[in-house]
Design a protein around this ligand. Structure first.
Ligand code: ZN
Length: 126
């Protein structure tokens, strides 16, 4: 397994973070293309990470601002993980990905950059 070296992420790490929730702010704007929103489903959206670990790094998040998976309804949770599955299929075709790191960081102590709004990272690997 090759380690991911992503020095461009230092800009994000050092950047002053917004007081509000960046995911909620992006959803309210009508600028999906410039905000890299790839898809809006009924309960969740898919966004291209602006500071990716790898090209094709996607983030899936519910429209509802919640910090934990347990606060998702069954419908929201099912759609969320169906989008995770569909995303891997698309990334496999588009990026020739052979594998993925799929992760959810719950809470600041677990490394969540946006700890108030649960989201799933999908990082394609080759
Ligand atoms: Zn939010």
């Amino acid at each position: 397994m090759e380690r991911i070296w992503a020095p461009w992420r230092i800009e994000y790490i050092r950047k002053k973070k917004s007081d509000g929730c960046i995911l909620c702010e992006i959803l309210k704007q009508d600028e999906d293309i410039s905000n890299y929103i790839l898809y809006r489903d009924v309960e969740n959206a898919i966004i291209l990470n602006s500071y990716p670990y790898n090209p094709g790094h996607l983030v899936i998040f519910p429209y509802k601002h919640i910090a934990n998976l347990k606060n998702l309804t069954e419908k929201e949770r099912n759609e969320h993980f169906a989008l995770v599955s569909r995303s891997t299929k698309v990334l496999r075709q588009a990026f020739n990905s052979e594998g993925f790191n799929i992760g959810i960081n719950l809470g600041k102590v677990a490394g969540a950059g946006i700890d108030g709004h649960v989201h799933t990272h999908i990082v394609p690997r080759r």
